[in-house]
Design a protein around this ligand. Structure first.
Ligand SMILES: Nc1ncnc2c1ncn2[C@@H]1O[C@H](COP(=O)(O)OP(=O)(O)OP(=O)(O)O)[C@@H](O)[C@H]1O
Ligand SMILES: [Mg+2]
Length: 253
């Protein structure tokens, strides 16, 4: 039996009459990287917002370390969220804070570390992520790739058990994509963090994933190792993997 950190069971969510999730089942394995693939608008961000309790399902269960996330009391959820790092799709750095202040923020908020300890930790993280001479800069002064790395630095600052990356490589050049992929691999291997990565970047998926799950029509239609995905006979998955306009995926679905 695989060691599950998060178990999602039969998750349903609609907004008005738009059904976004229609019975999602997914297991996230400890110390591994799970990639969730899917087209724009298929509900990937909605799915991960349920994991951290930002959205409530209409039906279904989410278990984190065996604990029910959906009905968790607020104080317990707050404690749980300390074990989660989030890399939001938009980056979501605080524009009025420097890089150093951005990375220090969760440490100031959630730990009793002294100023000196925080400064040292921030330096160590920046060094690990290959970011030099940026601590005094503001987000507006950074490139897109640097912003993603700073956001990653902030997400790892509290040494969470799980990090969720929402489209970490979207909009970046191929070299920067590879740098981010390598950082995600390092996050898993050196820090032992369980990673959930949402993406539609196929190349990156095969590089970083231990397990791939494809979300389509409100469900996980295929789940398996990269090798299992390469050898799939599922037409929808094949169309997606091979970037074809023709196939069972309908644009107006
Ligand atoms: N708070 C909300 N209220 C109403 N509809 C929403 C809300 N959040 C998401 N949706 C709808 O849910 C659907 C899925 O959105 P979601 O953001 O999860 O897509 P996604 O798979 O993350 O896409 P992308 O790859 O473009 O980020 C969309 O149709 C979106 O309009
Ligand atoms: Mg999204």
């Amino acid at each position: 039996m695989e060691d599950a950190v998060i178990v999602i069971e039969d998750l349903h969510k609609s907004f008005g009459d738009v059904k976004v999730l229609d019975g999602v089942n997914l297991t996230v394995i400890r110390h591994k990287t799970t990639v969730i693939l899917g087209r724009s608008g298929c509900g990937k961000t909605v799915l991960i917002k349920h994991i951290v309790g930002l959205l409530k399902p209409d039906k279904g269960r989410i278990l984190y370390e065996g604990r029910d996330v959906v009905n968790m009391p607020t104080h317990e959820r707050k404690e749980m969220l300390k074990e989660f790092g989030m890399l939001y799709q938009s980056g979501a750095l605080f524009d009025s804070m420097t890089v150093e202040e951005n990375i220090a923020f969760p440490l100031v908020e959630h730990t009793k570390m002294t100023k000196a300890e925080i400064k040292e930790r921030v330096q160590e993280i920046l060094h690990r992520l290959g970011l030099k001479d940026v601590e005094g800069k503001y987000p507006a002064e950074l490139s897109g790739g640097m912003k993603k790395r700073v956001a990653l630095a902030r997400a790892v600052a509290l040494e969470p058990k799980v990090i969720i990356f929402d489209e970490p490589t979207t909009g970046l050049d191929p070299v920067m994509c590879d740098i981010i992929d390598n950082l995600i691999i390092k996050t898993r291997d050196e820090l032992g963090i369980t990673c959930i990565v949402i993406t539609h970047d196929i190349q990156s998926t095969f590089k970083i994933a231990d397990k791939i799950a494809m979300l389509y029509g409100g469900r996980i239609i295929e789940e398996g190792t990269p090798d299992e995905f390469r050898n799939t006979s599922n037409e929808v998955v094949l169309q997606f993997l091979h970037r074809k306009a023709e196939g069972p995926i309908k644009i107006m679905d």
